[in-house]
Design a protein around this ligand. Structure first.
Ligand code: FE2
Length: 318
């Protein structure tokens, strides 16, 4: 029969063992977490270019190259990002499309415009994201995984009119709740853009007046920051032949071999990055969702989700 003192001793030993095991697990989790953050802050600067091809132009049209930028989230002092942005002219785009969230700091506008100066020499169109209107606020680093959220208290405002003017002075076209036709290579491109659905600011304004009755070769492109399903539905049902969006950061922290855990909106996570077809009420449109170039200022890491610009080569059908 086991005496009580030896039983108590074994319980004490088991307790010590469990405490030591828990401490070891906590230390290992801490080390793994710290290593993840170190890696993630390295990966956030591994900028790359994703190349896509789409045969959606009318037959006989000249190939057309779009450079899609999104979610730059610029902060003064980001020299590596600035140098990489300047280098993107090597892709010689016919058009730059910027789908918003350019800023992550109230003093970022001048250095961002400086970094984009070479690309501002090219034709461009843009829509804003919520981070062009409001500065980021310190939140839990895990807040990115809490799903789409609306701020309860208004965060500090950014000088979006100044950035919009900077783009506009260079000739880039503001598509916030606006539509406009532009002609390139003797072909008309009809754009319809929306303000940011993440702030419930979006309004579809249709296509440029008269464009529906024209028989000249043309292409309809929808542009929006956050790819909420309601925005994609509206643009798809209206006959967009291509939609460009950003906002998701591709999930920002992904599981290797699986992908994004969040899209920061109601878009399914498997669509958080890449070129996919969107269908609504019998209409279909290819949607390119950029994984973006930057990160949230207060969650400055990426894992299995490198920052990207996207070169979309549009080719004639057939
Ligand atoms: Fe963003």
């Amino acid at each position: 029969m086991t005496d009580l003192s030896s039983l108590a001793g074994r319980v004490r030993d088991t307790g010590r063992g469990l405490a030591a095991g828990a401490a070891k697990t906590a230390v290992l989790a801490g080390v793994a977490g710290a290593a993840g953050l170190v890696y993630g802050s390295w990966e956030k600067n591994q900028f790359g270019v994703r190349h896509e091809k789409l045969a959606i132009l009318p037959e006989g049209a000249a190939p057309f190259r779009i450079l899609h930028l999104s979610d730059i989230h610029f902060i003064p002092g980001q020299t590596k990002k600035a140098e990489w942005l300047r280098s993107l002219t090597e892709h010689e785009p016919d058009l730059v499309v910027n789908t918003g969230d350019n800023l992550s700091h109230r003093d970022a506008i001048d250095p961002l415009l400086d970094a984009l100066r070479p690309l501002l020499e090219y034709p461009g169109v843009f829509v804003p994201g919520s981070n062009d209107y409001f500065a980021p606020r310190l939140k839990s680093p895990l807040g990115y995984f809490a799903g789409p959220s609306r701020q309860r208290k208004a965060p500090p405002k950014l000088d979006w009119p100044k950035l919009r003017s900077g783009f506009g002075m260079a000739g880039w076209v503001d598509l916030s709740n606006r539509n406009q036709s532009l002609v390139f290579n003797r072909m008309r491109f009809d754009f319809s853009g929306m303000d940011d659905p993440h702030l419930d600011l979006e309004r579809f304004t249709g296509w440029p007046q008269g464009s529906a009755s024209s028989t000249a070769p043309s292409l309809r492109i929808g542009v929006v920051h956050a790819p909420y399903q309601r925005a994609l539905d509206v643009l798809t049902e209206a006959g967009s032949e291509l939609i460009l969006a950003g906002h998701t950061h591709g999930g920002q922290v992904c599981i290797p071999g699986y992908g994004a855990l969040v899209s920061n909106c109601d878009l399914p996570t498997w669509r958080a990055r890449g070129l996919h077809d969107w269908e609504s009420k019998g209409h279909t449109a290819p949607v390119n969702v950029s994984a973006g170039i930057g990160t949230s200022r207060f969650a400055p890491y990426r894992i299995a989700c490198r920052p990207e610009a996207v070169v979309l080569d549009l080719l004639p059908k057939g």
